[in-house]
Ligand binder design. Structure first.
Ligand SMILES: [Fe+2]
Ligand SMILES: [Fe+2]
Length: 243
C-alpha cells in the first residue's frame, strides 16, 4: 500500500496547490490512500465542514487535525453528526486522540492526556496491520522519542504542527517510517503561514495582532510511504516538496 500524507494545509494557498498538484502526485507515485492534516484549512485557523468536503472532493481520503481543530465552531456539530453513522463524511475528519473526551468545556484548555499512554491504549485495541500516526507536536525531542517508542508497532509516525519540514525521514529499524515534521502545505512567504510583517511587528513591539494568512510562494509538503500490507511495516519513505 502506498500512502501519501500531506502536511498542514494552510488557507487558500494551501488548498489551491492541493487542487493543482494532487492528481498528478497520486498518479506519479501510484498512491492508494491520501491523508492530509487540515487544521489550518480555513484561512489558517481550523476547518469548516464545507472545506473538509471540498478537500475530500479533491481526492483526500482522511483529514487529521491538531490544536486548531476547534477554531471554527461549525466543526463541533459536524463531529456530532457522525455519531452512529458509519458512512458520514464527518467520520473522515479526525481530532487528536489525547484530547479530553468530553466535548463541552474542557476542550479549550490545553491540558491534553499523555500521548505515549494514549498511543499504548489505542494500539492495544487496533487489529489492523496498517497504522498511520500524525503526531501533532511542537518539540522535536517529543516527536523523536515517540518515533522510537512506537517503532515496530505502527506503519508510520509523521510529525506536523511546526509548519517547517525536517530532513530526517527514514525507516526505523523496527519498520516504522518516521519524519519529525512533514512541513506546511501553504504560503512560505510568511512566518509559518501568517503574513510576515504582522509576526515581525509582534516580535518588535509585543503588541497583539490579528493574524492574516500570507499569500506568496505556495508549496505542497508531503511524504510518500510504501508499506507491506501483510506485515504493516514500511518499506520506504520519500519526502516531497512541490512549488
Ligand atoms: Fe498547523
Ligand atoms: Fe498545529
Amino acid at each position: 500500500m502506498r500512502i501519501l500524507f500531506i502536511g498542514d494545509i494552510f488557507g487558500r494557498p494551501g488548498r489551491t496547490i492541493v487542487r493543482d498538484k494532487l492528481k498528478d502526485l497520486v498518479r506519479d507515485h501510484r498512491i492508494d490512500l491520501v491523508l492530509a492534516n487540515g487544521e489550518n484549512a480555513a484561512a489558517g485557523f481550523g476547518i469548516t465542514p464545507a472545506l473538509a468536503e471540498d478537500l475530500f472532493d479533491l481526492g483526500i481520503d482522511v483529514l487529521t487535525t491538531g490544536n486548531h481543530v476547534w477554531d471554527k465552531r461549525e466543526i463541533i456539530d459536524y463531529f456530532a453528526s457522525a455519531d452512529g453513522n458509519a458512512h458520514s463524511p464527518a467520520r473522515r475528519v479526525l481530532r487528536p486522540a489525547n484530547y479530553a473526551k468530553d466535548l463541552q468545556g474542557r476542550v479549550f484548555m490545553a491540558s491534553n492526556d499523555d500521548p505515549f499512554r494514549t498511543a499504548d491504549e489505542l494500539l492495544s485495541k487496533i487489529t489492523e496491520k496498517i497504522i498511520f500516526v500524525d503526531l501533532h507536536a511542537e518539540a522535536t525531542s517529543e516527536k523523536v522519542a515517540m518515533g522510537w517508542y512506537l517503532d515496530g508497532r505502527v506503519t508510520a509516525l509523521i510529525g506536523t504542527h511546526t509548519h517547517v519540514p525536517t530532513a530526517d525521514e527514514r525507516v526505523l529499524p523496527g519498520g516504522t517510517a518516521y519524519m519529525t515534521d512533514v512541513g506546511m502545505t501553504g504560503p512560505y512567504e510568511g512566518v509559518i503561514g501568517v503574513k510576515k510583517e504582522l509576526i515581525i511587528g509582534r516580535f518588535l513591539n509585543n503588541m497583539p495582532v490579528r493574524f492574516e494568512p500570507a499569500t506568496g510562494d505556495a508549496r505542497l509538503c508531503a511524504v510518500v510511504i510504501d508499506a507491506d500490507e501483510s506485515s504493516g511495516k514500511a518499506r520506504s519513505i520519500e519526502r516531497v516538496m512541490l512549488t
